[in-house]
Write a protein that binds this ligand. Structure first.
Ligand SMILES: C[S@@+](CC[C@H](N)C(=O)[O-])C[C@H]1O[C@@H](n2cnc3c(N)ncnc32)[C@H](O)[C@@H]1O
Length: 213
């Protein structure tokens, strides 16, 4: 089910220079995409390239997770912060974003300040693999299947029973989604996987990891 979207993703990564030119020419901004050059990735720690989720996908991800006011939403690899901002503005949630790229971190921080959302949104600059997200009610992901595989043990240990994980385009292998939606945006189908942490997975003991907070 995932093959088509992965081919698209690989294409997107390979053709970053071409896309950057298009972005700079202002073609994609007209369609609502980020104006940042794509492909920002720290080769040492990066687990996914920068590709922004279209606004309609962001909305559907948060709708599927049924985010409630006051809940804590983490976007692991938050890019330009669009999921955090939507969670805070539309759902009155508290949101935490983690971003490895210094440019994207700064961009998100600036946006959050300009929108007066600093009380609701925390942005962390660092590696998502090092973050303690045990206070999350919802975790959003747009990474890669391999990254989700690496992250899965942390999600299982940290997240409480009932917490939701929503992943754009890439499944969390070994988990059974409670819902999978197919949404058309920017001329392709996007898959959104919703998972809920079952009581049987609730961690008996939580591991110590270096927290960025
Ligand atoms: C596909 S983009 C998704 C951006 C945003 N979540 C969205 O849906 O629009 C993946 C993001 O993860 C960031 N990233 C990659 N590896 C990371 C890591 N190890 N720690 C934190 N962020 C990382 C990238 O810089 C990029 O911004």
């Amino acid at each position: 089910m995932e093959t088509g979207t992965q081919v698209w993703y690989v294409f997107f990564r390979v053709d970053m220079r071409f896309l950057s030119v298009i972005l700079l020419l202002g073609v994609l901004p007209a369609a609502g995409q980020s104006q940042l050059p794509q492909g920002l990735r720290d080769p040492a720690q990066g687990v996914a390239p920068y590709v922004a989720s279209p606004p309609s996908i962001v909305d559907r991800m948060l709708d599927m997770a049924a985010v409630k006011p006051g809940e804590v939403v983490y976007d692991l690899g938050c890019g330009d912060g669009r999921i955090l901002i939507a969670a805070a503005q539309k759902y009155r949630a508290r949101a935490v974003g983690v971003e490895l790229s210094g440019r994207l971190y700064q961009l998100t921080l600036d946006l959050v300040r300009r929108l007066n959302l600093s009380d609701q949104i925390t942005v962390l600059h660092g590696n998502l693999m090092d973050v303690n997200f045990s206070d999350a009610d919802v975790v959003t992901l747009y990474l890669e299947t391999g990254s989700n595989n690496t992250l899965r043990p942390k999600l299982e240990k940290f997240l409480r029973s009932g917490a939701r994980v929503v992943s754009h385009d890439f499944e969390v292998r070994g988990w059974k989604p409670v819902q999978v939606d197919k949404v058309q945006a920017f001329n392709r189908n996007h898959l959104i996987y919703l998972y809920q942490i079952p009581a049987s997975l609730k961690a008996q003991s939580r591991p110590r990891v270096d927290s960025l907070r």
